[in-house]
Each structure stands twice: as structure tokens, then as C-alpha cells.
Design a protein around this ligand. Sequence first.
Ligand code: BGC
Ligand code: BGC
Length: 599
Amino acid sequence: MKKKLLSYFLFSFLLIINSCSKEDVIVYPPGLNNRVEELLVQMTLDEKIGQMIQVDRGAVINNPQDITNYYIGSILSGGGSAPNNNLASGWAELYDAFQNYALKTRLKIPIIYGIDAVHGHNNVYGAVIFPHNIGLGATRNPELVEQAARVTAEEVAGTGIDWTFAPVVAVPQNERWGRTYEGFGESPDLVKLMSAAAVRGFQGIDLGSATTILATAKHFLGDGGTTNGKDQGDTQGDEANLRRIHLPGYLSSIDAGVGSIMISFSSINGQKMHGSKYWITDVLKGELKFEGFVVSDWGGIDQLPGDFKSDVQTSINAGIDMVMLPYDYKNFFVTMKQLVSENKISTIRINDAVRRILKTKFQLGLFERPFTDRSLTSNVGSAEHRAVARNAVRQSLVLLKNENNFLPLKKNYTRIHVAGKGANDIGIQCGGWTITWQGSEGNITIGTTVYQAIKKAVSPTTQVTYSSDGSGAGGADAGVVVIGEKPYAEGAGDRSYLNLSIEDLAVINKMKITGIPFVTILISGRPMIIDDALSNSNSFIAAWLPGTEGDGIADVLFGDYKPTGKLPHSWPKNMKQIPINIGDVNYDPLFPYGYGLTY
Ligand code: BGC
Ligand code: BGC
């Protein structure tokens, strides 16, 4: 017995000696955290700082060797920051060329490339453009949202890109806000449901698969709640209420495994989110146990009070892991080194940031597959992908009025007159964040306009005529008028008034005078004040920003598919009612949240 005990002690003693002597040559078993630690211990401070840098394509396109020299860890394309060859193939070449510079570094850590693929791979010419999130919210169909995100992920992967700055999980509370259309709707429950679906679609069950990409829940926290709907403004209220409205989308995204979260330009009760250690470190990383990495918004740290040095100190110490600078990487590099040498930023904080970033790069399989999978490149904008978007368009349409069952239209009328600028304009149909940051009117990418779709849908003997101002409608059997907003993005879309334009009212009046029955289709990023337009139209459809697949609208107009969309926002009677949201006291909208007719 005694002997046994002695040998046991001897054995354990030997084990301890053995493991101590091996301490500096630790061989980690295969496993994610071990790969991260193995790499991290080899890294110099310079190499770590590099991983925390994100620059725009434009910052390094003419001096790509800086990717190597500054160990740059991430590149993005801001809205419209495209290669000269803006086809999928041009993007793949751009990505691979940048990646080659990253692989020339001592430790060969690949870059992670991010982009705003917020309604399809929207910067790329010929990519399929989905309805903006407000339209997806109207579908009330999370499976469809997941499918749309999966298609988008495949198109993004086909250009080499690893990461989308989507979904927007904002809960827009005031339709004056120019980013209302980027959110799924005004209800936290709807946002919660759809955000998780989008994350699942982008990331799949295996981030390492060739067809999945990293998702970003943005913008943390409270972007949709600013006073007067001012973009990048201040969100006020007591914390319990702010959490109730704005947190659910993050909870469900984190549950679904979202790999990154972007900080909001906006403030909460006067404090800029980019400097909030409470929200980023205590709540997000602590309480909510978010294990991915936190990225700043575009130059977001520059909006903190103080100079650049204090901006960097405050934001990194608040818990931001990667900074979308997006240009001044040299300054950031020097500043970070200074702050570390002055003990104003700790190695612990830097290691936390770099661990999170490296872990994600391993999860994405970037070390194994750093280059574009060219077999996916030719699928960008494929017929199969367009079919998914067409289905999303059908389900996103909300029928608000249908007097005497005017809809569905008949395919065999003698003549249909189509009117309104928005009826034959892909750019208007797509809205902001399409090819360029702000989007623009005109023939900006491949797709089918409403007018073209109607011509395809009708019988061979039906004549379809068109005028942008409504002239020439007299004598037709039926009319289709397309009115609404012109493209905009972010603060450029903030509006004090959401009334229809004089031009739009004039088209409707002209149609009304001819006496033919007509349906009005509103293309807009939010509910608008429609009073007379509604009463003057026989039928009225809110189509949001449907994207490139106008056929989805014709499918519903002619009754091949019944309308099923439900309002993702309460529809106000007038501007005085805004902000108006489901659950308000004295709730008296023109159409309530969830409204939508069918046939
Ligand atoms: C927007 C973000 C976007 C970033 C990069 C910012 O202006 O707020 O939503 O991801 O630009 O384009
Ligand atoms: C970029 C956008 C970005 C914006 C921020 C633009 O120049 O293209 O992506 O969101 O700046 O203000």
C-alpha cells in the first residue's frame, strides 16, 4: 500500500518535471484557440497593431506594398469604392492582388476584406439586387431572408470578399431618418427575427465553407432611435427602454453566432458610442458574451471629442478591436505605439483585440484558402439568384387599397398605360447603396424595370404604352403609375417632410383626369404622406425599394401571386404624427403596423 502511494507520487513528480521542461516549446493540440495563441506569441507589437487597422481600398490601391509594410489586417470597400473593372472578375482580381501583399508579411496573416453587401452584392455591376431590408421586413418571412442572405454570401464570395457589413439591425423609430429603409421595421420583435435569419444566411453553419461570409450586426447601439430621426444623432431615454427597443436584434444575432458588430456613429444620452466602454466592453463583451470582434464605423473614432491621439486611446480602451480608419493608417500606427509606450493602452487590451480578429480569420478558413474561389465568380447575377430576388419582391409588396377589386390586372387588355419616372428606371428601383454609395437614377446595372416586366407579362396582343408624366393615357383600359423617392443613403436622406413631389402629384392628377382606372405603386424607403394620391388611385401598393427584379411586381399586378406583404412600419396620416410606432398611446395611423390586403 505504502509502496503504491510512493510510486504514485514519484510518477506525478516526473510528470510535472516533464511538463515544466517543455514549457517554451509548447505544442498545442489542433484547435482554434491554440492556433490563435500559437500565432499571437510570435507577433511583435507592430504586427498586432496592423491587425487592428482597416483601410479603404482607395487608401492602398496606389501603394499596395504598404499592406506588407504596415501589416495591414483588413481592407474595405466603402460605398462605390470599386475597381476600374467593376465586374465580379475585376473584384476577384483586386482581392487576390491585395491578398498577395498580405501574404508577403513575415507571419503571412491574410487580410479580411469587408464590404456593404446590404441588399445583394450591391457595389458590383451585374450582381442581383434584393429589396432593401424594409421590404424584406414586409415579407414577414425569415426563411426567405435567410435564403436572400445565402445568395448574397455566394455572390460576395465569388468576388473573393470575406465579410459583409450587414445585417443592419436598427429599429428605426422615426421615418425622417434617411436609413429607415436599411432596417427591417419599427418593431423590435420583427428585427429580432429577421436579423438572426440574415446572420444564418450569411454565415451558414460553417463559416469556413467557401460559400459563407462573415456577417456584421450594426450599428451598436441605438442608431434607429435618434431624436427627430437625425442620422448619427443622439438617442435619448432611460436605459431599460433603450434596451427593450434596440437590443433584441443583437441578442438574436449573437445567438446565431454573428462574427462582428459595428459601432454606431450615434450617441446615447449625449455620449458617443465609439467611446463607450460601458456599452462595448461591459455590456456587449461582458454581459452579452459577444466573442467576435468589434469594428468601428467609417472614421467613427474621429467624431470623439479631442485630438486623434485621444480618439484612439478612448475608442480602443472602450473595446473597439478594429478601426475603420479608413485612410490614415500611418498616423494610427505611430499613435498606437506611443500610447502603448506611455502605458495608456495595455498589451492585454491589444491582445484581446488581436485574438478576436485572428480567431475569426481562422474560422473563415482564410489561412487555408486565402484567394478567391473562381468557380463562384461566374454565378454572380445568375438566373437562379435572380429568381430568389424576384420571389422576395413578390412577397415584399404591401397592398394598401384595392377599390372594387381593380387588381389583379388582366393580361389581355387592349392597352395598358404605364406612367411615372420610377416605372422605367433601375436606379430608382434600387435606391441608395447601389453601385455607388448614394445610388443614382438611370440604367446603373442589369435588371428589369416595372415597365419592362409588364410588357413581358401581358398577352401578345396587349399594347403597353409609357410616358413619364402620364400623358397619352386616355383610352387605355388600365393604368399603372410608379411614383416615389429618388435614391439616397445615410444622412443625405434625412427629411423634415415626407410629402410626395410636385412631379408625382402631377402624374397622378393627369391620370385621374383621363378617367381610366389605375394602380399607384410607391417606390420609397419609408412610408410617405400620400393623402390625395391614395384617394385618387383605384389601387395602391407600397413597393419599398425592390431592387433589380421588377418581374416580381408584375407577378403580383397580374395575379400570378397574391399580395401577402404586411406593413413593417405604421403608416402616418401626416408629418405631425411622426414618430409613430406600434404600441404608442393614442395610436391612430392611416394604416396600422401589420396592415396589408390581398386578393
Ligand atoms: C456606414 C456604415 C458602413 C460604412 C462603410 C458608414 O458610413 O454608416 O453602415 O458600413 O460606412 O461603408
Ligand atoms: C463612403 C461610404 C461611407 C461614407 C461615410 C463615403 O465616401 O463611400 O461607404 O459610408 O463615405 O461618410
